[in-house]
Design a protein. Structure first.
Length: 232
């Protein structure tokens, strides 16, 4: 089972993360909620309106299995310059996302895009290019079994490190994501399903710091989060 799990993690690390999308792009729109699309409302609930003020984000992406930590990556992301710093047990890498990347940087960037996707998936609904967003529907969430809104983001077959993947985001009436389902290559069957728990506010960014899989055996969580604004 551990072999299957590690294969799943490896697949997830490369899943449908948009290599060409500008993760620093911000949404320019009317502040009136009634004028926003469902995707924009979800992103705004996470704090997209303060994104222009963010200079840098620091965080550690952790994965534990049966209570045993099997992965952690510490990131420093300078949003304004595009400078990325990765520190893990295996390596340390420094590179710029807005400059040509060598193979080492590209490998690190795949992990970075994955980890940012877990950190701010709501923003990806409006950041990423080459996607199709579904019309929200009411559906039973796979883990809690609650009736929640669901919106799907589907990546085009020519977009990202591993194109064609889909994510179903389940969110409540406050536009807060509570669960999601990742479906590799838009398969009808889920590849991974997790909760979105323990939301914390960091300088106006509302981040789910804990994710637990359907079987309860895998925990994906964030620590050491720090958001630095431009005026600080």
């Amino acid at each position: 089972m551990r072999i299957v799990f590690f294969a799943l993690v490896a697949s997830l690390l490369l899943s449908c993360k948009n290599n060409n999308s500008n993760v620093d792009e911000t949404l320019k729109t009317n502040n009136e909620e009634t004028s926003l699309t469902p995707a924009q409302q979800i992103a705004q609930s996470t704090g997209l309106s303060v994104w222009d003020d963010v200079e840098e984000i620091q965080f550690t992406f952790n994965v534990s299995r049966f209570g045993e930590k099997i992965m952690d990556r510490n990131w420093t992301w300078n949003v304004k310059s595009g400078l990325i710093k990765l520190k893990s047990k295996q390596k340390e890498v420094v590179y710029y996302r807005n400059k040509k990347m060598d193979s080492t940087a590209l490998n690190a960037d795949q992990a970075f895009i994955n980890d940012v996707y877990w950190l701010l998936p709501q923003f990806k609904l409006v950041w990423d290019k080459g996607t199709t967003l579904s019309t929200p529907i009411i559906k039973q969430a796979p883990i809690s079994k609650d009736s929640l809104n669901m919106i799907t983001i589907l990546y085009d077959n020519k977009v990202g490190y591993t194109p064609g993947d889909a994510y179903d985001l389940y969110y409540d009436q406050n536009n807060t994501v509570r669960e999601w389902t990742y479906r590799k290559e838009n398969d009808s069957l889920p590849t991974m399903q997790t909760t979105f728990e323990d939301y914390q506010s960091y300088e106006g960014l509302n981040i789910a710091t804990n994710h637990i899989t359907l079987d309860g055996n895998t925990n994906i969580y964030f620590s050491d989060i720090k958001v630095i604004k431009s005026n600080e």
